[in-house]
Design a protein. Structure first.
Length: 236
């Protein structure tokens, strides 16, 4: 017990006296930024891909677009996130002559990766909406795109909200790999504290608690949103 107390004292010394808390705040900010913006980009990309994949394939253009989207989904679902980060940061960007920070690259890659998964989630959500909704929209003179945006997709989002919450949680946890491209996340912050205190047990325990708290808050927010949507459905 005394040994654990000494470890806690070492942690507090680096956390407070050596400004370790500043690195933790920066790491938390980057972790949330990468996950939140990555999810938003993923929702936009995923919705676009899902829409393309449910369009009737009577003409040549939809079939070509469907093939491109299928390749995109297969590429990002078939390779690990860390490989995508490394290839983007150390291969593609130097070839293109583009300079981005580690955080910016992480946001981009997380968004593109999430888009591949959300496209499948969104596609299943769209297909779960009664076909009569699309037919009703077309019957009153709405175009396919307008019917999708105003009628079908909002109902699909209600159906897939818990799964989107799980995707957000996954992104939060996967941010621990962004240190491979020099981004300062929670892992980097607590690894710094551990390296300077020569003791990693307490920093890693605190890091785990922070991740658990974030995940619990996200789960609570998703439940509250589900409850609110159910109430609005009953009023309607």
């Amino acid at each position: 017990m005394d040994n654990f107390g000494a470890k806690v004292d070492q942690f507090i010394k680096v956390f407070i006296d050596q400004n370790g808390y500043q690195r933790v705040v920066e790491g938390l900010k980057n972790t949330l930024l990468i996950a939140v913006v990555g999810l938003i980009i993923g929702i936009l990309i995923g919705t676009l891909i899902a829409t393309v994949r449910v369009i009737p394939k009577y003409k040549r253009l939809p079939r070509i677009l469907n093939g491109i989207c299928s390749f995109y989904v297969g590429l990002f679902r078939g390779t690990p996130m860390v490989v995508q980060l490394l290839v983007c940061y150390y291969v593609l960007l130097p070839i293109l002559g583009v300079k981005l920070t580690g955080v910016q690259v992480s946001v981009l890659v997380f968004g593109m990766n999430s888009g591949a998964y959300i496209s499948e989630i969104m596609r299943s959500g769209i297909q779960s909406v009664d076909q009569g909704q699309m037919e009703a929209g077309r019957a009153v003179g709405l175009s396919f795109a307008t019917t999708m945006v105003k009628i079908v997709i909002p109902q699909a989002v209600k159906n897939i909200l818990p799964t989107l919450g799980n995707e957000f949680i996954t992104l939060i946890k996967e941010t621990s790999v962004v240190s491979f491209v020099g981004a300062a996340d929670l892992y980097v912050a607590f690894n710094y504290i551990g390296s300077n205190s020569y003791e990693f047990m307490v920093p890693y325990l605190v890091m785990a608690v922070i991740y658990i708290v974030i995940v619990m808050l996200i789960s609570l927010a998703v439940k509250l949103m589900e409850r609110s949507l159910r109430k609005s459905d009953r009023r309607n």
